[in-house]
Ligand binder design. Structure first.
Ligand code: PLP
Length: 411
């Protein structure tokens, strides 16, 4: 009965990963996949995560019973606080509903499904370009995807005017997907004054903001500063959605832990929204897994209900911030080192965007042909749009990449 199933195309980022794995060259370099790597090129398991896991094994894991449909209640509260701030009036007024989902992807998917069922507008606008999986979450829910201008290839920076024009021309009430900080794939974020103009325009037109927060703390290494765009929208009293991911910021990729929040106008609406989210989640996977959310909860918790022999909760939070800062600082240092190496080689072109862009990614400005050259001649892997993951670099590999870019640009 399945003879007629046609083969689906490969998913580009995974195809790059497979090609890298199969390459026998000792010089090969993977700058494709969006995960953090240490200076030695290894995956990083945060020390604070190890400690939280020990704590869970020793003290907290009394059982593996099902969680409620909306997940671990304490995790939801802490996640809302992380993104909206401890003093958020929306939280205090119970106008936020937060559900524990399967990481950022699951939060976006559940959010899209909710909007398809309960929101009057079925069009979403997303930046051009955006994270490759973004359109899929909405298309799968039956929502029409359109784009707004965002990236200016001539400056490798923000096309702010284009963005305002396209949002200004968007159909009234449309959903707008925004990336809170550390934009994937461009590394280009609006500044706070620009965010304020975006906010005013969107509120004027009744556009609904849906924030993807996958890199909070990866830009300024201040969780509060990085969440500022979201908080500006929440402070005006209007609605918004947020999809928070712990994959990158706690290195919990495979635990699939994240949270969808919907900020509403009143507590009553928020509780009705939550009741509908339950109906969406129940037939999909019934309830989320407990382990990753318990780790996050142990780290974020600020009032120690149990003072442990390992560490008190507050110390764990501090330790997380230190490790988060170390990741962010290493990425920033890679940006500077790469820029210096490109500059030293007097490679044609202006490479200052490498240090102007922020977060884990840089859209380098290399074209598909140059990327193919880098892969063929230098065994350097990245997506064909020229996006590199700066965390895939080290002091040792930066000169090799700069030499390769020199050859790609001048050959
Ligand atoms: N959003 C953005 C912008 C991303 O870059 C990613 C992953 O790379 C995700 C969401 C989804 O990640 P996860 O499902 O692991 O949270």
């Amino acid at each position: 009965v399945f003879e007629y199933v046609t083969r689906a195309p490969d998913i580009p980022v995974y195809a790059v990963m497979v090609a890298y794995r199969e390459d026998p060259s000792p010089f090969k370099l993977n700058l494709g996949i969006g995960v953090y790597r240490t200076e030695e090129g290894k995956p990083l398991l945060l020390n604070v995560v190890r400690k939280a896991e020990k704590l869970l094994v020793n003290e907290l894991s009394a059982n593996k019973e099902y969680l409620p449909i909306t997940g671990l209640a304490e995790f939801n509260k802490l996640s809302a606080k992380l993104i909206f701030g401890a003093d958020s009036s929306a939280i205090m007024e119970n106008r936020v509903t937060t559900v524990h989902c399967l990481s950022g992807s699951g939060s976006l998917r559940i959010g899209a499904e909710f909007l398809a069922k309960h929101y009057h507008q079925r069009t979403v606008y997303m930046s051009q370009p955006t994270y490759a999986n973004h359109p899929n979450f909405f298309v799968a829910a039956g929502i029409t995807v359109k784009t707004y201008r965002y990236y200016d290839p001539t400056t490798c920076g923000l096309d702010f005017q284009g963005m305002l024009e396209d949002l200004g021309a968007a159909s009234s009430g449309a959903i707008v997907l925004l990336q809170t900080c550390g934009h994937n794939p461009t590394g280009v974020d609006p500044n706070l004054e620009q965010w304020e103009q975006i906010r005013k325009l969107m509120r004027l037109k009744g556009l609904l903001p849906f924030f993807d927060c996958a890199y909070q703390g990866f830009v300024s290494s201040s969780l509060d500063a990085d969440a500022q765009p979201v908080r500006m929208f929440v402070a005006d009293g209007g609605e918004c959605l947020t999809a928070l991911s712990y994959s990158k910021i706690m290195g919990l990729y495979a635990e699939r832990v994240g949270a969808l929040s919907i900020v509403c106008k009143t507590a009553d609406v928020a509780s009705r929204v939550e009741s509908q989210l339950k109906l969406i989640i129940r037939p999909m996977y019934s309830n989320p897994p407990i382990h990753g959310a318990s780790i996050v909860t142990a780290i974020l918790k600020d009032s120690p209900s149990i003072v442990t022999v390992i560490l008190t909760y507050r110390e764990m939070y501090g330790e997380w911030i230190t490790e988060l800062k170390a990741m962010t600082n290493r990425i920033t240092s890679m940006r500077q080192q790469l820029y210096n190496a490109l500059h030293d080689r007097a490679i044609p072109g202006d490479w200052s965007h490498i240090t102007k862009q922020v977060g884990m990614f840089s859209l380098t400005g290399l074209n598909a042909e140059q990327v193919a050259f880098l892969t063929k001649e230098y065994h350097i892997y990245m997506s064909s749009d020229g996006r590199i993951n700066l965390a895939g670099l080290s002091a040792k590999t930066v000169p090799y990449l700069a030499d390769a870019i020199h050859a790609a640009v001048t050959h």
